[in-house]
Design a protein around this ligand. Structure first.
Ligand SMILES: [Zn+2]
Length: 252
């Protein structure tokens, strides 16, 4: 589905949701793992996230929807949205599919790069996308109270916070923030090349390691989320966003 989706078709399908909730979009991915999503009852397609639909989706399907949404973003095939319609549909309750922890970087707005609508995603953002107790508490609310089934830690290429941590920048409160990212820098002490912010490969490798360490930290400091993951009620995943291509690459 291109953005040329007509107004009449838009109203009919809704075109809300984390990804291709409109039938036509899903059909474009029929040969992919998204086929499983496409097999959902038609009554659950093309609607804003509802409690019933949230209950139906599996964490794996939510990841598939996220991947499909990012592909639409990369290809310039984003779904036309009526934000006011989203506002009306979500004014009394929210049932987001996922909580995404990402950097404050202005080039990585989650709803846009995943082609999602209002009410689809909880956002936690802090420079360097690390987790602390307050963000862990936010994640626990998202998953345990509001029913989200995916915790996604999203790092990105060319990250200024990671560069600052590598170069040991000292500036006001930023100094102690960057300390939170040092474990990722220290973990790559054997990485080839110069260990400064001019080494792009090193910067992106540290950002990737930081995503992995953040996932471990979430499991460590949140017994609630850890148990939900072990019970397969939720999934935790990491990904890297490429600010040069718009592509999100999920980490295995
Ligand atoms: Zn960043």
């Amino acid at each position: 589905m291109k953005t040329t989706l007509g107004r009449r078709a838009f109203v009919k399908t809704g075109a809300c949701g984390f990804a291709g909730l409109a039938t036509g979009t899903l059909l474009n991915f029929a040969a992919t793992p998204l086929a499983a999503v496409a097999q959902q009852p038609s009554s659950q397609q093309g609607k804003t996230m509802t409690k019933e639909w949230q209950d139906t989706l599996t964490p794996e399907q939510i990841i598939a929807l996220a991947k499909a949404g990012n592909q639409r973003f990369v290809k310039g095939e984003r779904i036309e949205r009526d934000y006011q319609q989203d506002v009306q549909a979500t004014k009394n309750a929210q049932h987001p599919a996922a909580i995404i922890l990402s950097c404050i970087d202005s080039r990585a707005p989650a709803e846009i790069i995943f082609d999602a609508g209002i009410g689809n995603i909880f956002n936690a953002r802090v420079a360097g996308n690390f987790v602390d107790l307050d963000i862990a508490g936010s994640m626990e609310y998202a998953c345990k109270v509001a029913g989200s089934k995916l915790v996604l830690v999203l790092g990105h290429t060319n990250c200024g916070a990671i560069k600052g941590a590598i170069d040991k920048v000292q500036l006001g409160n930023l100094t102690q923030l960057l300390e939170k990212l040092r474990p990722a820098v220290d973990a790559l002490r054997d990485f080839p090349g110069e260990h400064n912010s001019h080494n792009k490969a090193f910067v992106d490798a540290v950002a990737t390691k930081n995503v992995q360490l953040t996932l471990e930290n979430i499991r460590h400091i949140s017994p609630i989320l850890n148990k939900m993951e072990q019970d397969k009620q939720i999934m935790m995943a990491g990904a890297m966003y490429n600010v040069g291509t718009g592509q999100v690459e999920f980490l295995s």
